[in-house]
Design a protein around this ligand. Structure first.
Ligand code: 9PG
Length: 550
């Protein structure tokens, strides 16, 4: 077995037998140490032989938006399509892998319902399932592994404890209630409209008013555009005088070709071994590129960017598209890619001081200890799912409530480590295709995460909806976890499992169309789609009153 230069020389030849929660397991490393609830092993390549063939695998997606879910092994996850968007949806290095794969950890369910878990306690590590072998490896060097068997909840409680000891935990803070501009206005944000909305929010107890994407000159040029004529400090001071924290979005590790930064500092950009730019995906009608977070120029620039934003008066920052810092590439200072990401994030964390940092589009384990909160699923949307992505492209990392709930559900075990953002909740019926039951699920997930956010423009809410939003913000419901996917939320019991289980495999014709779309999904087409999306949204915002101009 050879995978990415890693060889399990001892396949079939086991050096140590261990008994884990009654299971006979064997591993190819002789130094496993028994600890409470499992074993610790140090290894670069670890192979765990299972007693029987498993029936489910827990895919652990790389970053906030990547699919994370239990999946039946007779219908394994297919390759993410379209390929051109892989950098934004999954870990490009393993996007072509045929075996069930997990970033940092993987688990299987055996026919008797018990779970066997293999999880790394450090970054730059992976797990996959090859037949009856769970195999884990570090991309470089040796690192610790945790092996555990038995009950899924108990295993993850122990895993999160071990991670907390190694990565640290942010100082506990009361979770903020956030109004975020993205899921109603998208790029259509204007200073005056935002100030109008701020007024309209008057007695709704949001702690933070967060300005999302759309204020900047360009991704890479973090100065206000002409939709913000009074400048960013003015907006922050107006927000703060309403008694709220001022929140701002930015994607500091990303640049687009239309930005000045891209042209001024070609040496800051992440390149591959051949010297070509590494793709970070495609968005805003442009290809995306990543900054090399080991380059001293980049680190200085990141520190001064963070300093500016603090000086402007923002004290809640959503750092987006962070995966860019951990893409594979040849760096100024050679080091494993997630270590390089942490190197950059450390500088960002220090420069922001006490500012609340929400990580988004962020690789999960490498963000621990460095941010206060993390998005743990793909974007929600005004729809349950999109058949084109769901059925034809088999992509579960794209915006949609079902995708968001599925991945969020499978990452709730991170609760003790940092605040978990399940994304915003909709209360409006206007400009929204979700059914009431679907909106209730979304509300329940926000209660479970204890992270309450909404993008609803008050002028789009009826009085009844506004009251519902008010109640949601003021009252926290009692949560009792009854099973891995079953929760009692207030007096309601919800089993998320059937709602978010993976859909049946595509038909042959859907597969063919998916393959075709993968081929035609090139920059020119994505550019057109971006234009259409922006136009549609402009029309929505123009045709609906954004604030009460009385
Ligand atoms: C702003 C948004 C919002 C949102 C973030 C992020 O193309 N994509 O795959 C893609 C995924 C997510 C995404 C945008 C594009 O959304 O999660 O809350 O801040 O950026 O642009």
């Amino acid at each position: 077995m050879n995978y990415n230069g890693k060889t399990w020389l001892l396949q079939g030849y086991n050096l140590m037998d261990i008994t884990c929660a009654g299971y006979p397991l064997s591993i190819n490393i002789p130094n496993a140490k028994s600890i409470n609830g499992g074993f610790l092993v140090a290894a670069s390549n670890l192979q765990l032989s299972l007693p029987v063939k498993p029936n489910q695998f827990l895919y652990s997606g790389w970053q906030s938006w990547s699919l994370t879910s239990w999946v039946d092994l007779h219908q394994p996850v297919e390759k993410y399509r379209p390929k051109i968007l892989n950098p934004m949806h999954t870990d490009t290095l393993y996007a072509g892998e045929n075996l069930p794969h997990g970033s940092w950890y993987g688990a299987v369910n055996l026919p008797d319902g018990k779970t066997v878990f293999l999880g790394a306690l450090a970054c730059d590590s992976h797990v996959h399932l090859d037949g009856q072998y769970l195999q884990g490896w570090y991309e470089e060097g040796i690192g610790e592994w945790f092996i555990a068997c038995g009950n899924e909840n108990e295993i993850f409680t122990r895993y999160s404890n071990l991670l907390g000891e190694r990565f640290g935990r942010p100082n506990p803070r009361h979770p903020y209630r956030v109004w975020c501009s993205w899921y109603s206005l998208y790029h259509e944000i204007y200073e005056n409209d935002l100030l109008g909305i701020l007024d309209d929010l008057n007695n709704l107890p949001f702690d933070v008013f967060q300005v999302d994407d759309g204020w900047q000159q360009s991704v890479g040029d973090w100065e206000p555009n002409n939709k913000f004529p009074s400048g960013m400090p003015y907006l922050a001071s107006r927000i703060k005088s309403s008694g709220r924290k001022a929140g701002l979005w930015l994607s500091p590790l990303l640049v687009v070709p239309s930005s000045k930064s891209f042209h001024q500092h070609p040496e800051w950009l992440l390149r591959n071994e051949r010297g070509n730019l590494v793709s970070a995906g495609f968005n805003w009608g442009e290809p995306l590129y990543a900054l090399d977070t080991t380059h001293p120029g980049v680190l200085n620039w990141l520190a001064s960017l963070a300093g500016n934003i603090c000086e402007w008066g923002y004290d809640y920052v959503k750092l987006d598209f962070l995966y860019a810092g951990a893409l594979p590439g040849k760096r100024f200072k050679p080091m494993p890619r997630e270590a390089a990401y942490r190197n950059g994030m450390q500088v960002i964390r220090e420069a922001f001081g006490d500012t609340f940092l929400l990580a988004c589009g962020a690789p999960i384990l490498p963000t621990l200890g460095l941010c206060d909160a993390i998005r743990i699923g793909p974007d929600v949307a005004e729809v349950w799912n999109t058949p084109l992505y769901q059925k034809t492209l088999r992509n579960f990392s794209t915006p949609g409530l079902q995708n968001a709930l599925r991945t969020t559900l499978h990452r709730l075990w991170l609760t003790p480590l940092l605040q978990l953002d399940p994304d915003v909740v909709y209360f409006r019926r206007r400009v929204n295709n979700l059914k009431s039951e679907e909106m209730d699920l979304q509300k329940a997930m926000a209660e479970i995460c204890r992270f309450k956010a909404s993008s609803d423009v008050p002028a789009w809410l009826t009085q009844i909806e506004r009251n519902e939003l008010h109640r949601f913000l003021v009252h926290d419901k009692k949560i009792v976890k009854k099973g891995p996917a079953v929760f009692q939320v207030g007096d309601q019991t919800i089993d998320f499992e059937p709602l978010v289980s993976m859909p049946p495999p595509p038909s042959q014709i859907q597969r063919i169309i998916g393959g075709f779309l993968d081929l035609v999904a090139q920059n020119w087409l994505l550019k057109i789609i971006d234009k259409v999306f922006r136009k549609k949204n402009k029309d929505i915002v123009r045709n609906n009153p954004v604030w009460n101009r009385s």
